[in-house]
Design a binder for this molecule. Structure first.
Ligand code: GLC
Length: 562
């Protein structure tokens, strides 16, 4: 079982710009976070994942860092950070930092030096190349549309950026860069932070020689993920980071690694690898896209059989070999109740069902701010309402390519990262209690109904259901460590599984849709000895346990007689 505190923890992700504004400028801040620690403690949170709070020109809300050892002034000061860390620790909670090591801001002093001349000592901190045939050095496409190359006239060269052009990629082939980053990580660890989420870590190594990707259709740029994702040298670099820095501290680490399946993930999180504790995988996030290769905006309906297949593989392959990080939403993804649930007619029921799913899988669960009250996609009317660089680049790129406005907006309403970034809805006062000033992005119009204050008062709220689930996770070892076994793999509506650990056994039944399918109790399980631990409906008095008719989005968790 190999117990660890980070396996038993529940993580809550904070996107600071949208969490709580204490200073009254419409932008969330660190004092705002500190003011809500009691709320998080009460929910049962153990670890806070704090999205980037470092100094940044904010082209990508802090994922473009211009000083790794300073705080974004709009978020406060280093004293505010130290206080937050102290206050979290005094409540028995930990803080996990979000660290962007693949790239910096183009306003980082390293980059300013690097671009100043070809013989500047910092030149090789980034990836510079001369153009080819009057264009960029290769045909790779950026995650945020267009080429990964940006021309800079100072030295008549191009620099590489996998994300926005304000986010130049660091050159990890340069030992000086590696040393600088190790020193900086050490600096944060000495301060007492409890872990790291390593942003875009799968991409820190690019294919030798930066070759063109296959381009049968002769497009101006092509998605070349395999040429800069999860390459072998990433593992060497992570092992060095582990052995030289991380290993000396009792911390938790999670890497953001798109483009891999569970077997490949074991290279990062396998018990003997000395790399990371867990990774965020993306396979379930691409179930509503035509294919990962065609990007996230080509939408298709997701299907439960595929979801079961993907999640079951991760659950079984990693069992006893590594550890899962489970999530259904984050700051880059739409709201889960709008995506996998039903935010029109069954918001409360389906959000609770999804919570049951998230918190009864093997792996550390990550809850994104607002998920615990069932916040939904805002469905903004016009492109003017959106702020996210990825969304805006996509919009302009598609307009240029002649795609009709309404088709673009349809994709954006479903998939924009801003779906998750609207201000946290604390109460029904102006701006949802997030700020006294006009927020940097509009509040979701449903805040009068969907907010923390209302949820705390209502014993049947999504919030109180999360609280109960978290408490159960802490009470029963089987929920954390139990071995997962899928039941009914071919049922298109019901997702059911057991979890088994020593003498404890759990049965989870989830109805993923608004129909009323019948769950037939498996023959090998005796319903007589089953104890209902939690459900999002009250059991009816005359129900036939052997043949259970599930109500829309019903979820049940039973503790079984072993
Ligand atoms: C990660 C972050 C995302 C950011 C990108 C570039 O995917 O989660 O928000 O835009 O990396 O740093």
């Amino acid at each position: 079982m190999n117990p660890k505190w980070w396996k038993e923890s529940v993580v809550y992700q904070i996107y600071p710009i949208s969490f709580k504004d204490a200073s009254g400028d419409g932008i969330g801040d660190l004092r705002g976070v500190t003011s809500k620690l009691d709320y998080l403690k009460d929910l049962g949170v153990d670890v806070i994942w704090l999205c980037p709070i470092y100094k940044s020109p904010n082209h990508d809300n802090g994922y473009d860092i211009s000083d790794y050892c300073d705080i974004q002034p709009e978020y406060g000061t280093m004293e505010d950070f130290d206080r937050l860390l102290r206050e979290a620790h005094s409540r028995g909670m930990k803080i996990m930092m979000d660290l962007v090591l693949n790239h910096t801001s183009n306003e980082h002093p390293w980059f300013i030096e690097s671009k100043s001349s070809e013989d500047n000592p910092k030149r090789d901190y980034y990836i510079w190349r001369k153009g080819k045939n009057g264009g960029p050095p290769n045909n790779w496409e950026s995650y945020f549309s267009g080429s990964v190359w940006e021309y800079d006239s100072t030295t008549d060269s191009y620099y590489l950026h996998l994300y926005a052009k304000q986010q130049p990629d660091l050159n990890w082939d340069n030992q000086a860069v590696v040393d600088e980053l190790h020193d900086m990580i050490h600096w944060w660890l000495k301060k007492g932070v409890d872990g790291f989420r390593f942003d875009a870590i799968a991409h820190i190594v690019k294919a030798q020689g930066l070759p063109d990707a296959d381009n049968p259709n002769r497009l101006p740029t092509v998605r070349a993920y395999q040429l800069f994702s999860n390459l072998d040298k990433v593992h060497t670099l992570l092992q060095n980071l582990h052995d030289q820095v991380l290993f000396h501290y009792d911390i938790m680490t999670v890497g953001e690694t798109s483009g891999l399946g569970p077997h490949q993930a074991l290279d990062y999180v396998g018990d003997t690898r000395r790399e990371l504790n867990m990774v965020f995988q993306f396979e379930h996030m691409y179930l509503d896209a035509e294919s990962p290769g065609s990007g996230k905006w080509n939408i298709k309906p997701w299907n439960l059989l595929e979801l079961k297949k993907v999640m079951s593989e991760w659950q079984t392959v990693l069992h006893n070999q590594g550890w899962n990080a489970n999530y259904l939403e984050n700051h880059d993804q739409p709201r889960s109740v709008s995506r996998f649930g039903n935010d029109l007619n069954y918001r409360v029921e389906s959000a609770k069902m999804l919570a049951t799913f998230l918190l009864t899988l093997e792996g550390t669960p990550y809850i994104f701010q607002g998920q615990e009250i069932g916040m939904t996609n805002p469905s903004f009317a016009s492109i003017e309402d959106y702020r996210d660089v990825e969304t805006l680049n996509f919009y302009h790129d598609m307009r240029e390519k002649g795609m009709p406005e309404e088709s673009i907006m349809k994709a954006i309403r479903k998939k924009s990262r801003d779906n998750a970034r609207t201000p946290m809805q604390w109460d029904n006062s102006e701006n949802a209690g997030f700020s006294k000033a006009q927020p940097w992005i509009n509040v979701n119009s449903n805040y009068m109904e969907v907010n923390v204050a209302a949820a705390q008062k209502d014993p049947n709220s999504i919030y109180n259901y999360y609280k109960e689930l978290i408490a159960l996770r802490k009470k029963y070892k089987v929920i954390v460590y139990g071995e997962y076994k899928l039941l009914l793999p071919l049922d298109p509506e019901i997702y059911a599984y057991t979890r088994t650990c020593e003498d404890e056994r759990l049965l989870v039944i989830l109805n993923f849709f608004d129909k009323q399918p019948v769950f037939e109790w498996p023959r090998e399980i005796n319903p007589e000895g089953a104890k209902l631990l939690i459900s999002n409906y009250k059991p009816s008095s005359n129900e036939n346990v052997n043949k259970l008719t599930l109500r829309p989005y019903e979820s049940r968790v039973y503790l079984l007689d072993s």
